[in-house]
Design a protein around this ligand. Structure first.
Ligand SMILES: [Zn+2]
Length: 391
């Protein structure tokens, strides 16, 4: 059995034949298309003749296609619109939790076609890699066999290949990408889940076209992602969860690290559930806490408004320090941002100079597929950017 796994060759295909100007055309259309030929030429400073020379082989290869004409609101000859063929390739995006692996299969623009999940029968790396292979097989059979696999997890990772540490799995130095490649024969890329989430927003989501924006995720922990100068700021330290211990309230509860009133002690699912269960004298779930708060139950209202104000102060600190054009809020605990929206605005107002531009907040649904979609974007990037990601 093992020999069979080892013998599976890795199929590393590339999107465009050359990594130079023709890839730049394909990338521009992937991230911003459909675009008129004249717009692509303008953005890349190409002559119409050069663009034709570069785009014709891409159209012949089935990467790009012509999708009609636009006059662009101007008088004169209409310009041909070109776009990628998104269904030409499929990508698997997975998110690892302590008890299951969740996944989606997407097209080239990270549009989700199918989602599925598998329980983890064991947290042993080999067994987890087996579950990943089974899930990828299932997703591939549902729609289309994937070209590459992206995996996001809440931990510290090295070089997109290795899990340095993931406390929720009890892992240290696990070569997960290699284990998955041995089983699937597909190029596999790992990244911190918040970085992956941020990459989705950067390429295809609310951050498309912005040079600077931030992401905050709420749930079991607090995640923070930043895009500056049109690039995600990524670092091995990401998986430590540094922003989770940002101080918010000197009189707040104490976190596991001994900080009083840090973000983690106020904003996480665990913090909210603990505070409200204590107040009501019975155990409540996170969703129940949100429902009670929405219905105006006084104890829930107080707990959620305190948390909402803390979230507002965290957002104000991020805005003051990094000056994002917008902040995207996501993660399975994101409902707090809507249920306590007024308190969030109050918290922002406390720490923001009134002369500042109003903070543009984008609130995501918090569904698990949003994490998986981020991981799929890693696979898409590794495919379309080629060697740049492997470095
Ligand atoms: Zn703390």
């Amino acid at each position: 059995m093992d020999e069979e796994i080892d013998a599976m060759p890795l199929k590393r295909s590339t999107w465009t034949e050359d990594a130079g100007a023709s890839r730049a055309v394909a990338l521009e259309v992937l991230r911003n298309g459909p675009l008129s030929r004249s717009e692509v030429a303008r953005r890349l400073a190409l002559s119409p003749g050069s663009l034709t020379r570069l785009s014709t082989p891409l159209i012949r290869a089935g990467l790009l296609r012509e999708v009609g004409e636009t006059s662009g609101g101007r008088v004169g000859r209409p310009s041909q619109l070109i776009d990628v063929v998104p269904n030409a390739q499929a990508f698997a995006g997975l998110k690892l939790r302590d008890d299951r692996v969740m996944g989606v299969i997407t097209d080239l623009r990270a549009q989700v076609h199918k989602s599925a999940e598998r329980p983890l029968t064991s947290q042993e790396p080999e067994a987890v890699a087996d579950s990943i292979r089974d899930l990828v097989d299932e997703l591939g059979a549902e729609w289309k066999h994937p070209t590459a696999i992206g995996i996001g997890l809440g931990g510290r990772l090295a070089a997109h290949r290795m899990v340095r540490s993931a406390a929720f799995l009890g892992w240290d130095d696990v070569p997960l990408a290699e284990l998955v490649e041995q089983r699937t024969g597909l190029p596999t890329i790992l990244e911190n889940d918040v970085v992956a989430f941020t990459e989705y927003e950067h390429w295809f989501g609310a951050g498309r076209g912005l040079s600077r924006f931030a992401v905050v995720t709420l749930g079991a922990g607090i995640g923070y992602g930043l895009v500056a100068n049109d690039a995600v700021v990524a670092d091995e330290d990401h998986g430590i969860g540094l922003v989770g211990h940002w101080p918010l309230d000197p009189f707040g509860p104490v976190c596991s690290e001994g900080h009083r009133g840090c973000a983690k002690s106020i904003l996480t699912e665990g913090a909210i559930v603990t505070a409200l269960s204590g107040a009501l004298g019975r155990p409540v779930t996170y969703e129940e806490a949100m429902d009670l708060g929405e219905a105006g139950e006084p104890a829930a209202r107080r707990v959620l408004d305190d948390a909402g104000e803390g979230l507002g102060r965290l957002l104000a600190a991020i805005a003051n320090l990094t000056m994002p054009e917008c902040i995207v809020l996501g993660g399975e605990g994101v409902r707090l941002a809507s249920v306590a929206r007024e308190a969030v605005e109050r918290g922002i107002a406390k720490d923001r100079d009134p002369r500042t531009r109003k903070l543009d907040l984008v609130i995501r649904s918090g569904s698990d597929t949003e994490w998986c979609r981020g991981a799929a974007v890693l696979a898409i990037q590794s495919f379309v950017l080629g060697a740049r990601m492997a470095a």
